[in-house]
Ligand binder design. Structure first.
Ligand code: TEU
Ligand code: CA
Length: 536
């Protein structure tokens, strides 16, 4: 019997950026009823869970990552009733709902902070990180904000500075205060009781700062001040693990719940450290997202991750999210989505939970944003060296009608101009589209224990054009061969000499008859799966 509580091991998780997915009331901003109306699409695509970027009340300075109330829904997105309906309707379709919890900081408009800044003896004062000016009248230490400038903002009323690792409208919570911890555990409970299936924890490993707030060592060059420091004291403190254990104990009181952390300045080692039976189920490793279009880079990222997780931790893989340029835009030069297909095959045949980002399945590209149109705070600050994250957050391209069927009014960000050609509706009708490709691939993964649970092993090291690996489970194994180049390639593998293999999936027309795999010929950008089980 398969253990059904481990849905998150088998499942595919689809990230929705709610502002941009589907707008039900035509105010130009996506919302919860909009998402509910699209659930059949997501079920047919074959995803197992949706991660919703934040939908809580928020001044929207960082588009929801600045929360002013953790236990409600922003009217812009709907109501708690709409949320309950979304959960109900999703569950009917066997889709789970994962909420994004932004707990490193709140909005400065959160009632806790409004209290906190009133006076030094306000009961909420110690809920945030306050410091007197240093004796020479300057900032408490040398820390920077990731979004630009120093991490400290002066408050006249109390004569103190508060810490903000992100925007000054995102003050950092004081996790050393037990009352903060208790209040946040109550937030988790609130959503668990409402039937939420799990959480994505925003920059969780930054919650704790060293209690003495020492200066960070300064290092090499970098665009932002933040990048020119070694982050010894403003993240990854030892208090993190016991806190995660508390979170986990709470989650384990409810059946089948899951939590993944957004590892801030992630490395495979860090992501593995924070995951396990007594801490998070998973922590993000972004090494695929950070790899260049080179099979050796992808392979070494996978090998390193496999080594870190061993069989203690379950891996996860990400090609896209709301903070980085979309994969097809990063790779450039992919007019026929050939790279997109190779990468999709990789994502969906690796050992680990695949994460998808809305629109990835139709190959959405980033929009170009003019300076006057920039919405994202770090983009405003660093233009033109860094243009911010608006590019990957454009409205979902549903069909060829006005505003791509996302809304009947002008959306908050521009729709990508290629939407009349690239949209869900047209790709659903075309069996050769990227969307149809994703659906077939997801379908294959869903019914294959080898792909979902099998071991991973490398077949070819140091191949500059092809990525080749094996997935095996019990007596079954699949060989996966991906040609990253626009030339055909020939593989002569020790491992498959004299072995019979039958193609079970390919970007190219399937060769039905099994053949010996003494040499494997790959067409340009071909991705192919062989079943090695028969004929052995
Ligand atoms: O992101 C962490 C983060 O700061 C980076 O991914 C950042 O977006 C990148 O360096 C570009 O500046 C999380 C959320 O995913 C992000 O959307 C939020 O803005 C941030 O935390 C603050 O909550
Ligand atoms: Ca709306």
């Amino acid at each position: 019997m398969e253990d059904k509580t481990l849905w998150w091991k088998d499942g595919i998780i689809y990230q929705i950026y709610p502002r941009s997915f589907s707008d039900s009331n035509n105010d130009g901003i996506g919302d919860l009823p909009g998402i509910t109306a699209r659930l059949d699409y997501l079920r047919d695509l074959g995803v197992d869970a949706i991660w919703l970027s934040p939908v809580y009340p928020s001044p929207q300075t960082d588009f929801g990552y600045d929360v002013s109330n953790y236990v409600d829904i922003d009217p812009m997105f709907g109501s708690l009733k709409d949320f309950d309906r979304l959960v109900r309707e999703a569950h009917k379709r066997d889709i789970r709902i994962i909420m994004d919890l932004v707990l490193n900081h709140t909005s400065d408009e959160h009632p806790w902070f409004i209290q906190s800044k009133q006076s030094r003896d306000n009961p909420y004062h110690d809920w945030y990180i306050w410091r007197d000016p240093n004796p020479r009248g300057g900032l408490p230490n040398n820390w920077y904000s990731i979004f630009g400038g120093k991490a400290w903002k002066y408050n006249e009323v109390t004569g103190q500075y508060y810490l903000h690792l992100f925007h000054e409208k995102q003050p950092d919570l004081n996790w050393h205060n037990p009352q903060v911890q208790k209040a946040i555990l109550d937030v988790l409970k609130f959503w668990l009781e409402r039937g939420t299936d799990g959480f994505r924890l925003d920059v969780f490993n930054a919650y704790f700062k060293h209690p003495d707030l020492p200066d960070n060592p300064v290092k090499r060059m970098g665009l932002r001040g933040y990048e020119r420091q070694d982050h010894l004291y403003d993240g990854d403190q030892p208090e993190m693990i016991p806190l995660l254990t508390k979170f986990r104990k709470l989650l384990d009181r409810y059946p089948k719940r899951y939590a993944i952390g957004e590892t801030f300045y992630s490395t495979p080692a860090k992501a593995a450290l924070y995951s396990g039976d007594d801490r998070l189920h998973a922590a993000f490793n972004f090494s695929l997202l950070e790899s260049k279009w080179d099979p050796r880079q992808y392979l070494s990222a996978i090998i390193q991750w496999e080594k870190e997780v061993g069989d203690r931790v379950w891996p996860n893989y990400v090609l896209n999210n709301h903070d980085q340029p979309r994969s097809v835009t990063r790779w450039k030069d992919d007019p026929q989505d050939r790279r997109a297909r190779v990468a999709a095959t990789l994502l969906l045949t690796l050992r680990g939970t695949p994460y998808m980002y809305y629109g990835e399945e139709i190959g959405m590209r980033d929009i170009k944003v003019k300076r006057s149109e920039i919405m994202d705070p770090p983009g405003k600050r660093y233009w033109p060296l860094y243009k911010g994250r608006d590019g990957c957050r454009s409205p979902m391209q549903w069909d060829a009608s006005i505003y791509s069927g996302f809304s009947k009014s002008r959306p908050w960000l521009r729709v990508h101009p290629e939407y009349p050609r690239r949209n869900v509706s047209s790709q659903l009708q075309d069996e050769h589209s990227l969307l149809s490709f994703y659906k077939r691939l997801i379908g294959l993964r869903r019914q294959s224990i080898v792909l979902r649970r099998g071991n991973f092993s490398v077949v070819e090291h140091n191949n500059p054009t092809c990525l080749v690996y094996l997935r095996s489970h019990a007596k079954k194994s699949n060989l996966i061969a991906l040609n990253f180049s626009d030339k055909s390639q020939k593989l002569e593998l020790e491992l498959t000499k004299g072995t019979l293999g039958s193609e079970i999936f390919s970007t190219h027309p399937l060769q039905k008859t099994p053949k010996t795999l003494d040499t494997i010929r790959l067409e340009p950008y071909q991705a192919v799966l062989f079943d090695l089980t028969e004929g052995k």
